[in-house]
Write a protein that binds this ligand. Structure first.
Ligand code: HEC
Length: 442
């Protein structure tokens, strides 16, 4: 175990969720926008409509700044936050998918190089070569999505990988294709919103309205396609995920799915009304409002996707608290639950305060707090006013009358379909129970 990254009140999960939700906007724009851009540029070249080039220039500038400055920063932010929040989870992914990432980064470098060349050669090289640069970017960006989606999908449904440990057995798992197609369709929706923002600011109003209409059609097609493939995604989820997310195992996940659906409907209605029917209404103010709705919808949708894989961070392999859940003979990995139950969790921790004596009350409280952070802290805040499932409040539900009641509850933890079993011996249990009993809200 690495040192624990404690974020008071919010917990590391909320930090990652906020950065990741924001990051979806630039990253899906980066993959979707150039298909629309190349479409408009081709039209401008083939039909000799030079007036469309103002849009091409402005839209590529927006992509350059929004995706490759703000998007890059938030992308690095996700890596940083995820690595300190779940170092073993990231390590597990890298051990399996380092070549996947290496391949993705090749396409990512092509993407970055080609957008700069594309933007700065606009109007300076011949039309055909410039269009080729646009195509190069569009394909490279989408291929990077093809790869990263495999790794994301693997985390929810590890497929046959759990038996074979094979790269492609995990990569092409049951949720891969529906997720790739959902994201592919949805990226046109996001690209459409941004295209409308740019088109509504063009000096030539007639061209602006024409482009708003076209971008709306792309957006509507993307949103409808995203909804259909999204349904396929829901059906393709593992049974356990369906029980948690769709059948009420964790009721709040259903609410999240509803929230995502409502946001989706609002964006779709906006494309229809303010884009297709009355392009005049599609100014920057309404578009920024829609961006906000998109942000909420994405947060709910991705929160659902992340939520249904509980109690795992990597399906069937590693629990959210980074303890290895099952044996994986193909990779020479063994479950750590029994190990910690026999050898003790506290005894096995590398990073723990010196001179912490479990024979004393203060020692047990200190140890109990750390054990709770490691074993519960990725999913629960320990603070009374914590924002993510605060334990002081939740513990009231089981109405413990003594630390022993909590120790008994620890034995039953793994019976909940969304929580990992407690990994520790009797001493660990006594310490965490004593600590948790002291923080209950009374
Ligand atoms: C994988 C994430 C995860 C981990 C790790 C985890 N929990 Fe939970 N726990 C949950 C979820 C999800 C709920 C459901 C609460 C909700 O509705 O949001 C929950 C609920 C609870 C409840 C309320 C139970 C009830 O019946 O109402 C308690 C108490 C609790 N957890 C204690 C713990 C303790 C103590 C630990 C660490 C030893 C722990 N949890 C580890 C995810 C987790």
């Amino acid at each position: 175990m690495y040192p624990f990254w404690e974020v008071p009140f919010f917990t590391s999960g909320i930090v990652i969720a906020l950065i990741a939700t924001f990051h979806i906007l630039p990253c899906h724009l980066a993959t979707g926008a150039f298909w629309f851009l190349v479409y408009v540029e081709r039209k401008a070249v083939q039909e000799g409509r030079r007036e469309l080039m103002e849009f091409v220039k402005r839209y590529s500038m927006l992509i350059l700044i929004f995706c490759f400055v703000i998007g890059s920063l938030s992308g690095v932010g996700i890596w940083y936050a995820a690595t300190v929040a779940s170092p073993r989870g990231i390590s597990g992914l890298i051990h399996n998918y380092v070549w996947g990432w290496a391949t993705e980064w090749v396409f990512f470098v092509i993407e970055i190089a080609s957008i700069y060349v594309y933007y700065y050669t606009l109007g300076k090289i011949d039309d055909k070569s410039h269009l080729m640069l646009g195509w190069l970017y569009a394909w490279a960006a989408w291929i990077s999505m093809i790869i990263i989606t495999g790794i994301l999908a693997f985390m929810l449904s590890s497929g046959k990988w759990i038996e074979t440990g094979g790269f492609f057995d995990g990569f092409f798992n049951q949720t891969y294709w529906p997720q790739l197609l959902t994201r592919t369709a949805f990226m046109f929706g996001i690209a459409g919103v941004y295209a409308i923002i740019v088109a509504s600011r063009l000096k030539n109003r007639a061209v602006g309205h024409e482009l708003i209409r076209t971008a709306s059609i792309w957006g509507i097609a993307g949103m409808i396609g995203g909804a259909l493939f999204g349904l396929w995604y829901l059906f393709s989820m593992p049974e356990h995920a369906k029980e948690l997310g769709l059948q009420g195992g964790l009721p709040y996940l259903k609410h999240m799915l509803w929230a995502a659906g409502v946001c989706y409907a609002v964006v779709l209605a906006w494309f229809f009304l303010c884009g297709l029917v009355r392009p005049k209404l599609a100014g920057p103010v309404s578009a920024i409002f829609i961006l906000f709705i998109l942000f909420l919808g994405i947060g709910a949708g991705e929160g659902f996707r992340e939520g249904v894989r509980r109690p795992y961070i990597i399906d069937q392999y590693m629990y959210s608290n980074q303890i290895i859940a099952h044996d994986l003979p193909a990779k020479g990995v063994v479950s750590e639950i029994e190990k910690y139950q026999e050898a003790g969790f506290w005894n096995s921790l590398y990073f723990r305060p010196e001179n912490c004596d479990l024979e004393t009350k203060s020692g047990r409280m200190q140890a109990g707090r750390l054990i709770a952070l490691y074993q519960c802290g990725n999913c629960h805040a320990l603070d009374r006013f914590g924002k993510m499932r605060p334990l002081p409040t939740l513990l009231q539900n089981i109405a413990p009358e003594s630390p022993e009641d909590i120790a008994d509850f620890m034995d039953a933890l793994g019976d909940y379909p969304f929580m990992p079993p407690f990994a520790g011996d009797d001493k660990d249990k006594a310490a965490i129970a004593e600590y948790l009993f002291s923080i209950i809200r009374r």
